[in-house]
Design a protein around this ligand. Structure first.
Ligand SMILES: [Zn+2]
Length: 225
């Protein structure tokens, strides 16, 4: 199962329209696996519209056999509504389900029938066993638990947002390079952390997950995450 998420914000579109810079972009959008690995990213020029999100997904997953089973988006209920209206849902529905993140669901499901009915990230009626796992408390009593972290892109976004003051004023070419390197760096760190977890090794403070060659090549600008 692949589990994707589209979310992001960088840049302050306050510069004159004839001055091209990263600040002219409305946001950076990312698609992540639930473990935090970044699968793809792009820039949206004017808005985080549901149509832009659907087009981005279609560009990353061009064939039906590559489509994920679950696609988690903070505004999945709106994306679903757009997909139904423009007809693309007739194709998506055969392979995928749009679900919202946990925070969105808590705040929106009581107000929106579509959100409540079709975008629940952890339905309790056993219709999506991959999304809900059963664990046991200290008394041996079973309880349902979210199987995946639906906030993974929000967490990535919060980290990336810490570099907004840098990304805001650099040239478009440097902006693309900067974001790509930072997301590569984040992904490498995430994979390294998973490997350590699997091998039951303790994570060392300050280990950024880079091998020796990479550390030598990127001797500058390697802040710890
Ligand atoms: Zn909703």
């Amino acid at each position: 199962m692949c589990f994707n998420y589209v979310y992001g914000y960088l840049g302050d579109p306050s510069l004159p329209p004839n001055y091209f810079s990263s600040g002219c972009y409305y946001c950076v959008e990312t698609i992540c696996a639930p473990c935090g690995v970044v699968i793809a990213w792009t820039k949206f020029a004017h808005s985080e519209s549901t149509t832009n999100i659907l087009n981005f997904l279609a560009s990353v997953y061009p064939t039906q056999d590559s489509w994920p089973d679950y696609i988690c988006i903070d505004k999945a209920c709106q994306v679903l509504a757009t997909a139904v209206i423009n007809g693309s849902w007739e194709v998506w529905k055969h392979t995928s389900q749009f679900i919202v993140d946990a925070y969105h669901y808590i705040n929106h499901h009581l107000q929106d029938y579509l959100c409540w009915t079709y975008c629940n990230p952890a339905p309790a009626n056993n219709v999506a066993p991959n999304l809900v796992i059963v664990e046991y408390d200290s008394n041996g009593q079973p309880y349902s638990h979210w199987a995946f972290n639906t906030q993974v892109c929000k967490q990535l976004n919060a980290w990336l947002g810490g570099y907004q003051s840098i990304a805001k004023w650099i040239t478009p070419e440097n902006f693309n390079w900067f974001i790509h390197v930072m997301l590569f760096y984040h992904t490498k760190y995430t994979i390294k952390k998973q490997q350590k977890k699997q091998s039951n090794q303790e994570t060392e403070d300050g280990d950024i997950g880079c091998d020796e060659e990479t550390e030598t090549e990127e001797e500058e600008g390697s802040d710890e995450e």
